[in-house]
Design a protein around this ligand. Sequence first.
Ligand SMILES: Cc1cc2nc3c(=O)[nH]c(=O)nc-3n(C[C@H](O)[C@H](O)[C@H](O)COP(=O)(O)OP(=O)(O)OC[C@H]3O[C@@H](n4cnc5c(N)ncnc54)[C@H](O)[C@@H]3O)c2cc1C
Length: 627
Amino acid sequence: MSHARAVPALARVSSRKRTRVTFATKRFRSSGASTRAKEKNEVPAVDPACTLVERRCEVDLISTGSSRAADGAKKVCVDFDNTREAYKSKTTLELLRSLLVFKLCTFDFVVDKNKELMDLSKRLFGQRVFEKLMKMTFYGQFVAGGDQDSIKPLIEKNQAFGVGSVLDYSVEEDLTQEEAEKKEMDSLTVRRVIGCRTGVDHREKKYKAHRQFGDRRGGVISARTYFYADEAKCDQHMETFVKCIKASAGSSVDGFSAIKMTALGRPQFLLQFSEVLVKWRHFFSLLAAQQGKDGMAVLDQKLELEQLQENLASLGVGAKQDIENWFTGEKLGSSGTIDLLDWNSLINDRTRISHLLVVPNVETGHLEPLLSRFTEEEEHQMKRMLQRMDILAKHAVESGVRLMVDAEQTYFQPAISRLTLEMQRIFNTHKPIIFNTYQCYLKEAYDNVMVDMELSQREGWYFGAKLVRGAYMHQERQRAAEIGYDDPINPDYEATNRMYHRCLEYVLEEIDRNRKANVMVASHNENTVTFTLQKMNEIRLSPRENKVYFGQLLGMCDQISFPLGQAGFPVYKYVPYGPVNEVIPYLSRRAQENRGFMKGSQRERSLLWKELKRRLFSGQLLYKPIY
Ligand SMILES: Cc1cc2nc3c(=O)[nH]c(=O)nc-3n(C[C@H](O)[C@H](O)[C@H](O)COP(=O)(O)OP(=O)(O)OC[C@H]3O[C@@H](n4cnc5c(N)ncnc54)[C@H](O)[C@@H]3O)c2cc1C
């Protein structure tokens, strides 16, 4: 059986703003507001590009007319230029606030010195006035409120307009760079770095702590960073995640919650386990090359079992009899060949976690210890991290909430992804509860998606993925260049876009085949959303089937989220919350992400102006959202 898949050439997205999609009758979350507009018979202009549309749909921003596809599904268009619909949930004051905030973000001085400016205004005006100012500007735009109770009205309002919430408690320690570096070095440095016999440190540069990159926040604007303090702090993070899971269950019928693994334990384990996984994979490639199978697609590389056993024995990796035992699993090797998935599964079968620190050296083929064994305390820390993940997954199952595990830096990510996959094996047997995250700025993103998807098919569990472009690009590139290893990031933005669409197409094909996989398109990129709608239309996937979800951050790209929600697509905002003083690092990052030169924020500002003018000229300046 060939595991490779022909992926059709990328269909480039046109710049049209309207996209045909298979229509679903209104989702449970679609707004009453849209119904009212329909009652008023307000019909937006029909784009002639929507040739398949024949009759008016029930969702008013979605235009109109109708045609039925062969299977009877109706076609609709989502119009990302229709500002009346995009900002239907906003008062005029809220629109003015957005404009003010996005305008402020065009001034480099404000963005670069945002923390100093916030400190200064706190000193000048006092805490109360400062809080008021923040609520009128950045905090009001990007943060829902101080605690779970105070954010309820906003969550309910968004829900009424078809947009769900992923709660994100955004309180962050405001560490200085030196403090961050110290914490990182303390948590990642291993005192006993040596191979047992030789005294040689076999670890690769990439998977070692480097003080100049100890502050992992550097160059990262769209993601939060956790630093390890102690086990009690990790328990605290877990409790916070549990609260978010429970609150997510209450805020959307089919809720999502997001977690970061670096919050749940000492990251040293993630670093070491990542190295083991990467080396193990490289060792497979070396063996494939020995059998003349290099250059083939990753899942086409099937190693002949007998030859493999001989190769391993001759490399001195183990006694021939031991190696034979490795391949005696139920299915393993029954075909006479071993592929990467079989190979990866050996890590489970052959090893206990603490023994994983022994890995093959790609050059010599010999097994080498990365480190001496974990101490009892480290072993305990590692187990606690796995237990915390398990507890969160169980809470998610009980609450009927899906759990997305965020992707982080490439020196942690192989372990994060693998541990997430282990949870998927356990918890995704009846539906996709656990979602892994794939960063499409990585050169290896497509291979990662393909390998995990293939495993889900082989083992019969539900694949769940969140696709992102990736938040750590600058840091990753700089670290690779300075420390001296291959840059893991695609050469340019276009390559990342192609990778995103390629991965998305692959998952959509799978959904088309068996309706088992789920994907969240987590992006603010309108072309990517349009591309997704187009593909959904092509495979006649109704939004109501809840296989494809969309995710954006609160306060950003409402012109995408709300039209999607009104049209019945499952769309979610990451909703940060926390007291004003404690979410300042988060606000700082939002300011940077919305810097004036960014295309998305420019477009948002022009749409906000358009809507303000529309309200002014139609006498609707005092418009109040009704829901
Ligand atoms: C709901 C949600 C969840 C998220 N979860 C995660 C997560 O778990 N992990 C994570 O890492 N990020 C996560 N992100 C952040 C995400 O990865 C992006 O940083 C951010 O959303 C910008 O990408 P975009 O697709 O929205 O927009 P765009 O503006 O179209 O893309 C910007 C992105 O393109 C890539 N890029 C830009 N220039 C280049 C270049 N020269 N070469 C190669 N690539 C380039 C970078 O990844 C950059 O962030 C999440 C974002 C959202 C909205």
